[in-house]
Design a protein around this ligand. Structure first.
Ligand SMILES: O=c1ccn([C@@H]2O[C@H](COP(=O)(O)OP(=O)(O)O[C@H]3O[C@H](CO)[C@@H](O)[C@H](O)[C@H]3O)[C@@H](O)[C@H]2O)c(=O)[nH]1
Ligand SMILES: [Mn+2]
Length: 814
């Protein structure tokens, strides 16, 4: 018994939160009290009572609007409560993997990039290098990069990275480098060993030098001269338009490639199976770390025994594109990666990361295996998702997109339901789950068993016409343990090209029941939902140090574009055939998990309610009416006023304490609170309109790629990276208008007070609401007078001004 316990690879730990549950209930109680009070006042008015319990509302429709909005806020609060109610954490013990002697499954690692301008090639190179150097048998890893930008520079950068990896991977393993993205590693002084360790110092300086040369080659590479090079290596990119070109695939298989290179420059060294460079490069390459094991088959016994010394293969793919076929953005790219890897290496596990998400913890694959192999029934770990974390994050989260509290509170909470959401990056999938297979314990599998294994015809219909793909899919679905094609990868490029053709998916289940699901800008949530609906659970992968780190966008335009895409994609899911309630009753999606999904899916739907509520304050000040109970000397209405006051204070104290609990500053709380108001009135509102237009068939949604910051610090010293920036995008119109409107309303209200209060008019509450909004939208108030990118462009100011004028006119018409 005790030895079995000792070898447990993972533990599910319940996290207590009694005090938080009480606070949840307190806020809920206040929200319900507010609703009850409003409803009572409205009823009173209808029966013509104007009774003692509540002051009669003078502006009936304001009170009705407020009631509807507050009911919605209560609903959103309930959704959040459900998500956070019963959190769990998963602890992993990778050191026990070798103790248990489990055979590790092969992992195919996918990286997507889409635009060499927005996503600098050096960023992708760092991510790829961090993956190639993972602590995992190298013979069991292969890295695939999908380039939707069809850029010769990316292709060249990866070729250079593959060369550099031959030095970098052995260096990392020899010196047990902690973070294996070179740009992070070399941004500090050599701290791994004592300064006295001369060999390490020499290696370090050499590697840093090599890395700098790599970066300068990559950064100075130019599309034109690459494609016109004499040797024709990049000739396929000649005249290729990113929206219209055939598939390009390049394999950097270090096992076969090294041979000609080594034969001229190396002689065999003393160590068995290793080669030590002695000739030609001797002067520049210290002997110690160029130990390259060649000519072993990555799947053979010998590589399993000592498979740690090679370098994983690297494959570049730019899938075929044609204006006649929809390419489905990232989801389409992921499906091509799934198919190409199926015919090349067919690993049973797939890791997927965005191009800017490097592996920060070299043991991450081992931690993931603890979760994927560590349950008695694999239904518990359909996929293992690491929460998104960011490197070089700005202090106090000025753009409210580091999402620490959301991950800590909601993330652990959802991990305690059916499992954390698939987040599109930093996720280990089971290939068979991606192929749509239900968990072994489910009824569907029992039925299928009775029917026998799927026929060739069925597989053909599901996976498409490629024989190689069908065979590889059959072995994955029937659960052969580690099926893998053998032999040289380059010899199967034509199979890989066949499955990356843009017409391949026609008539198949790709994008629906198989692979990444189409139809939403947030393909990740939609795909994860399909997996949960099949009955799988998922696990939260949270090793220390964090598994992966990515870049969070900075500046107003990039942050709001990202929020807009997310909110659009999430609402697309609700408006598609995936209506939450229907999914919930017709599939294996748990009811509470379904509600947890709603927390984020309703982001865009929150916008109209929050906008309406935000307009009530200014409307009342402009028209001299109240929408909140007033502080009057008479006792009952005083009590009425206490409810919103208590709610305002409790709610904000609750949020602030959540930030404190996550060891974040009060400033971080305020910045996030402020961004919530800004995002709601800009990105979410536009997302709402976009989806409405799409549903009416009037427009299409597109995936706008987020700009990634270059990794070398910029020289612009007087720039303030935390300050909000603007451009002429329409997302900035509504918050600008809202900021101006509230300032105007406060001025009008104050003027009224100065000339003498009219009885029945607005009270302190309305002023506080408007003041709070002005503070929340302060970046926009500042932007009205700012210069350069810190200033709101005139076109936006003009449109916002017209909106404000129209609103004021409508309010004061009669
Ligand atoms: O046509 C496309 C568009 C995007 N991408 C890639 O998709 C990834 C995510 O794009 P990015 O612009 O970085 O979006 P983010 O908002 O940072 O991404 C988050 O949100 C996306 C859903 O909206 C998820 O797919 C991502 O995994 C998740 O990190 C990047 O690697 C892109 O190169 C493609 O491969 N093809
Ligand atoms: Mn990203």
């Amino acid at each position: 018994m005790s030895s079995a316990k000792k070898l447990q690879l993972q533990e599910r730990v319940r996290l207590p939160r009694t005090a938080w549950k009480l606070a949840d209930l307190a806020v809920l109680f206040l929200l319900l009290a507010l609703l009850a009070r409003r409803a009572a006042s409205l009823l009173d008015l209808r029966v013509g009572g104007g009774g003692v319990a509540a002051a009669p509302p003078p502006c009936t429709w304001c009170w009705v609007a407020a009631l509807v909005c507050e009911a919605w806020f209560t609903f959103v609060w309930l959704l959040n409560m459900n998500g956070k109610w019963s959190p769990v954490r998963f602890d992993t013990h990778p050191e026990r993997l070798s103790e248990r002697g489990d055979e590790l499954p092969a992992v195919d690692m996918f990286v997507t990039t889409a635009d060499p301008k927005l996503e600098p090639p050096a960023v992708t190179v760092n991510t790829v290098l961090s993956l190639l150097a993972l602590d995992y048998p190298a013979g069991k890893l292969a890295c695939y990069v999908s380039d939707d930008g069809c850029s010769a520079v990316i292709c060249y950068a990866l070729r250079e990275a593959a060369g550099f990896a031959k030095l970098w991977v052995p260096f990392c393993k020899k010196h047990m480098v902690a973070v294996r993205a070179p740009f992070v590693y070399f941004s500090g002084a050599p701290a791994e060993r004592t300064a006295a360790d001369a060999e390490f110092r020499r290696d370090w300086t050499f590697m840093k030098n090599e890395y700098e040369k790599l970066v300068s080659r990559v950064e100075n590479a130019d599309e034109e001269s690459l494609v016109r090079r004499g040797d024709g290596e990049f000739a396929e990119f000649l005249g290729a338009d990113r929206r219209n070109h055939p598939t390009i695939i390049k394999v950097h298989d270090s096992r076969t490639e090294l041979v000609p290179w080594l034969s001229t420059t190396c002689t065999y060294g003393a160590q068995h199976g290793f080669i030590i460079l002695t000739h030609g490069l001797d002067a520049v390459v210290p002997r110690a770390y160029v130990r390259v094991q060649v000519l072993y088959d990555r799947r053979s016994k010998s590589s399993d025994a000592s498979g740690d010394d090679g370098i994983p293969s690297l494959v570049y793919i730019s899938r075929e594109k044609s204006p006649r076929h929809h390419h489905h953005f990232k989801a389409g790219a992921m499906n091509v990666l799934a198919r190409v890897s199926a015919v090349l290496t067919n690993a049973p596990i797939m890791l997927n990361v965005d191009c800017d998400m490097f592996a920060n913890n070299p043991q991450v694959a081992l931690h993931a295996m603890c979760l994927l192999l560590g349950f008695d029934d694999e239904v518990h770990s359909g996929f293992a998702q690491a929460p998104q974390k960011f490197y070089g994050a700005l202090k106090d989260d000025p753009f409210g997109n580091q999402m620490q509290v959301m991950h800590e509170k909601l993330g652990f909470g959802i991990a305690g339901l059916q499992g954390f959401f698939y987040g599109g990056t930093g996720c280990f999938h089971r290939r068979k789950v991606i192929y749509g297979a239900p968990p072994d314990s489910s009824v569907d599998v029992q039925l299928r068993r009775m029917k026998g294994s799927p026929s060739y015809k069925e597989l053909h219909k599901t996976f498409g016409s490629s024989k190689e793909l069908i065979e590889s899919a059959r072995s994955i679905i029937s659960g052969d343990i580690f099926p893998a094609p053998t032999g040289d990868l380059s010899s199967r490029i034509s199979d890989a090209k066949e499955v990356s053709a843009c017409s391949y998916e026609a008539g198949t289940c790709w994008g629906q029941k198989v692979g990444w699901v189409y139809g939403s800008m947030t393909e990740d949530i939609l795909t994860g939902q399909r997996i949960h609906a099949a009955g799988w659970r998922s696990v939260l992968l949270k090793p220390d140090p964090p598994a992966f780190l990515g870049g969070a966008p900075t500046g107003g335009p990039a942050s709001l574009t990202q929020y807009k895409r997310w909110a659009t994609g999430l609402l697309e899911i609700i408006f598609s055939r995936n209506i939450p309630i229907i999914i919930c009753v017709s599939t294996h999606l748990n009811f509470r998990q379904c509600l947890a999904y709603l927390v984020i899916k309703v982001w865009a739907l929150r916008a109209p309610f929050e906008m309406c509520y935000a307009l009530l304050g200014p409307y009342c000040l402009l028209t001299n009416q109240p929408f909140l109970p007033k502080v009057l000397p008479s006792a009952p209405s005083k009590r009425g006023f206490l409810i919103p006051v208590a709610l305002f204070l409790t709610y904000n104290a609750y949020n602030l304490s959540e930030y404190m609990d996550c060891r974040l500053s009060a400033r971080t709380w305020w910045n996030n609170h402020r961004m919530q108001r800004i995002v709601s009135s800009s990105a979410w509102l536009l997302a709402f309109l976009t989806v409405v237009l799409k549903t009416l068939g009037l427009s299409e949604t597109v995936f706008e790629v987020t700009r990634k910051e270059p990794q070398s610090p910029t020289s612009d010293s007087d720039a303030d990276p935390g300050r909000f920036t603007f451009d002429a995008s329409p997302v900035f119109v509504p918050p600008t208008a809202l900021a101006v409107l509230n300032v105007v309303a406060i001025a009008v209200g104050a003027w009224r007070v100065a000339v003498g209060v009219v009885p029945g008019g607005p009270g302190v509450g309305e002023f506080v609401c408007c003041g709070w909004l002005v503070l929340s939208l302060w970046p926009f108030v500042r932007g009205l007078v700012g210069k350069g990118s810190y200033g709101i462009p005139w076109s936006i100011k003009l449109k916002a001004g017209l909106l404000v004028a129209a609103f004021v006119h409508l309010c004061t018409r009669n």
